[in-house]
Design a protein around this ligand. Structure first.
Ligand code: NAD
Length: 274
């Protein structure tokens, strides 16, 4: 049994992940950690999951809990996440970090710590999205030189404030790497009005649709003169990230070697990339 500590355990992601760990056959939920002033501290996890009570209580002392476990899964905030990483390193435990919003200095710090323990860090842990990243590279490599245009359309719920989505930008970066030009030189953020010339060969349009409660949808169009290939990824719920986090936890225990890894490693796609 893999003994797992979940941090940010009362949050949107942490509560999903802790429940999946609790229900899994190969993992044991060693502890669920929250901030020191969390109102549910000391209470059973059923209060968070909205289920009948479970005899595991919400804790706040990460160091005491990680000592008894093999690894931790962290979906919190950057400053807290960095603190937990330092503590995990001091005890030689592994880390799966899904928290986003790290700056360049933070990333350097994480890379430094990952020389001492295995760390999986991924801003998007969905298995499907990470496979989409891989496929985008492969398909662009084959079809772009064959005179296919590439366009990206993303859809999200009406509450989303930023556009395009971070995932659409990442897809754009993958395509721009293959084309060999900076993203800002080839991306076209939507289209309107009359252009003085037709779309250039390398121009990649990104379109952001907003409405209802769409969790997240990303579609890539590879359009040639005689055929078209369309790839769509559709997320139904946050559970997609939680499932990926558990997969990362299983993988990191198996690899058991210090280093900074991402979901391409977890999915076994890294070798094929080379
Ligand atoms: P959330 O606000 O619902 O949860 C964060 C939790 O962290 C809260 O419960 C908060 O109380 C807790 N926390 C804050 N300080 C803490 C401390 N000192 N000790 C322990 N817990 C502490 O947010 P969320 O939607 O669950 O997202 C959390 C993070 O995960 C964000 O950075 C988000 O962008 C990221 N995220 C990543 C993925 C992915 O696939 N990698 C997917 C979704 C969200």
């Amino acid at each position: 049994m893999i003994k797992v500590v979940v941090t940010g355990g009362a949050g949107r992601m942490g509560s999903l992940i802790s429940r999946l760990v609790y229900e899994s056959d190969d993992m044991e939920l060693a502890a669920v950690v929250e901030r020191e002033d969390h109102p549910l501290l000391g209470k059973g996890l059923g209060n968070i999951w909205g289920t009948e009570n479970v005899d595991i209580k919400l804790k706040s002392d990460f160091l005491a809990e990680i000592e008894k476990a093999d690894l931790y899964i962290d979906f919190t905030v950057p400053e807290v996440s960095l603190k937990f990483l330092t503590l995990a390193v001091s005890r030689g435990k592994s880390a799966v970090i899904g928290t986003t919003g790290f700056n360049a200095t933070d990333m350097d710090f994480i890379a430094e710590q990952a020389r001492k323990i295995p760390v999986v860090l991924a801003p998007n842990m969905s298995l499907g999205i990470n496979l989409l990243f891989y496929l985008t590279k492969k398909v662009t490599e084959v079809l772009y030189p064959g005179d296919y245009d590439v366009e990206i359309v993303e859809r999200h719920h009406r509450h989303k404030l930023d556009a395009p989505s971070g995932t659409a930008l990442k897809l754009g970066e993958i395509i721009s790497d293959v084309i060999g030009k900076p993203l800002t030189d080839i991306m076209r953020w939507g289209r309107y009005g009359r252009s003085i010339s037709e779309k250039s060969r390398e121009e990649v349009g990104i379109f952001a649709l907003r409405g209802g409660e769409v969790v997240g949808e990303h579609t890539l169009y590879f359009s040639g003169v005689a055929e078209e290939m369309v790839i769509t990824h559709r997320a139904f719920s946050r559970k997609a990230f939680a499932i990926g986090a558990l997969q990362a936890a299983r993988w990191v225990m198996k690899i058991n070697k210090p280093g900074l890894y991402d979901m391409q490693d977890v999915l076994g796609l890294r070798e094929e990339e080379k």
